[in-house]
Design a binder for this molecule. Structure first.
Ligand code: DUC
Ligand code: ZN
Ligand code: ZN
Length: 457
């Protein structure tokens, strides 16, 4: 057995097990997990004594240079993936969202070209807003080209909202093709009513964000979409679920045999709506909004119960000036928080270190399951032989504090400013190349590949 790189002396953490092993790498892939001390000689040997050796994170929900309304988030593939690798993430899944008049396939193919600017690999979700007779052919071409997941929205009327008929037809067609709808659920009529009432009371600024998009809007929409998925026997993945009730509806459907999956995102698991009472409420405007602290606690319990499938970031790199420019009316504000770099550290610190979530479950939620739901497993999301050697070597005990100036995202703030964290990825490999070495960028060469997804779970 020959090797280019060996990571030795660490504890390998996979989704289902962990234990001491040396990771043997050749030609960018894992070729063996060897008993400690038995790996062959290699040109590069990385000492991981006292460290956790995990598959690099797979972020299933990441917006790069995302245009919504009049705002475009501020990063490109190079910037976003640089921040990603510093945070231990080695694969991102971006979105290709059509503007009015654009067609889903054209937008996805144009976005796919940007992957080569990345420091790590990426995949894409396409997006369907309106049904017409060309959509089935576009979906067939996209799935054939490895873009198998399609985002849909039940809110943002007049922009990206799809009606129920469009959701049903897209789900049906994708199920036939081996793909899956990934859906943002908030009943737009309930959101619209809440916004009208808030506006009438002159409570429509960033500080009122939570009241403008109530929990019930999410509950109602998830129930409707689950019924459609069940009726047409299609798989469905709910993005950024922000309430325990929404996750529980999906879990109940799964028990009836529906192939339904729950994604949560880091900010809904860490932050609560008290952030809207602070000095910079606009910095926390995201959609769905931050929820009550009781809701955060209830949602977080479902990381332990097994009901949550994945944790993403919903990274959207707006800066304070963009947020402030429309802060008096949330209906015109850019929704979204920067988070591709902080997703793994904040979840590891809060849930693995402080609440004793097993590290194996952390890997399952943040790497293995996102790879599975995007048809990327077992190439990504695992360190089993044959997988790409995308590896995050974590110091599980180091203590540090988050400050935006030390992060690499293309914005001037982080919603976690000042938060004390335990544990961080120190050295990160992308396909066997050391990209981050002990916290320093070692290799900034773009080498990202667009990943074709196979059939989704
Ligand atoms: N949905 C997302 O998934 N991201 C940003 C804003 C939104 O509504
Ligand atoms: Zn969304
Ligand atoms: Zn999003």
């Amino acid at each position: 057995m020959t090797a280019d790189v060996v990571v030795r002396g660490g504890t390998v953490v996979e989704a289902g097990w962990s234990g001491p092993a040396d990771v043997v790498i050749a030609s960018g892939r894992v070729t063996a997990l060897a008993a400690p001390g038995t790996a062959p000689a290699a040109a590069t040997v990385i000492d991981a004594t006292g460290r956790l050796v995990m598959p690099g994170g797979v972020d299933p929900h990441c917006h790069v240079g995302f245009t919504s309304g009049e705002f475009t988030s501020l990063d490109d593939y190079r910037q976003c993936t640089t921040a990603a690798v510093f945070g231990g993430t080695t694969t991102i899944v971006d979105f290709a969202i059509p503007r009015p008049g654009e067609n889903p396939a054209d937008v996805a193919y144009a976005q796919r070209e940007k992957a080569t600017q990345g420091l790590c690999d990426s995949a894409l979700h396409a997006c369907v807003v309106e049904w017409d007779e060309t959509v089935p052919d576009q979906l067939a071409a996209l799935v054939n080209d490895g873009i198998s997941t399609v985002k849909m929205f039940t809110t943002y009327r007049g922009e990206t909202m799809a009606d129920e008929d469009t959701v049903l037809r897209t789900m049906t067609e994708l199920a036939r093709l081996g793909g899956m709808v990934v859906i943002h659920c908030e009943a737009d009529h309930i959101v619209g009513d809440a916004q009208r009432r808030c506006a009438a009371a002159d409570h429509i600024g960033a500080a009122n964000m939570a009241a403008t998009r109530p929990d019930l809007a999410e509950t109602a929409s998830v129930a409707e979409i689950l019924a459609i998925a069940e009726a047409v026997e299609a798989p469905v993945y709910f993005v950024h679920q922000s309430t325990a009730e929404a996750v529980e509806l999906v879990a109940a459907a799964r028990r009836r045999g529906v192939r339904a999956y729950s994604e949560t995102v880091a900010h809904h698991l860490i932050l609560d709506d008290s952030a809207y009472n602070g000095t910079h409420p606009e910095r926390y405007v995201c959609c769905p909004p931050l929820r009550s602290s009781a809701q955060v606690k209830a949602l977080g319990r479902h990381l332990f119960t097994g009901e949550v499938t994945t944790i993403g970031s919903d990274h959207c790199c707006y800066d304070t000036a963009q947020k402030e420019s429309r802060a008096t009316d949330v209906r015109a504000m850019p929704n979204g928080l920067p988070g591709v770099e902080t997703r793994l550290p904040v979840i590891f610190s809060e849930y693995v270190v402080r609440q004793n979530l097993p590290a194996t479950r952390f890997v399952e939620l943040t790497s293995t399951n996102p790879a599975r739901t995007n048809g990327l497993y077992p190439r990504k999301g695992t360190l089993l032989p044959g997988a790409d050697a995308d590896i995050a070597i974590w110091n599980p005990t180091v203590e540090w504090q988050i400050t935006s100036t030390a992060l690499h995202m293309a914005t001037d703030y982080t919603p976690y400013e000042g938060m004390r964290i335990t544990g961080r990825p120190e050295t990160v490999l992308v396909r066997g190349r050391v990209v981050v070495d002990q916290g320093d960028l070692q290799d900034p060469t773009p080498g990202g590949r667009h990943l074709k997804s196979g059939p989704v779970i």
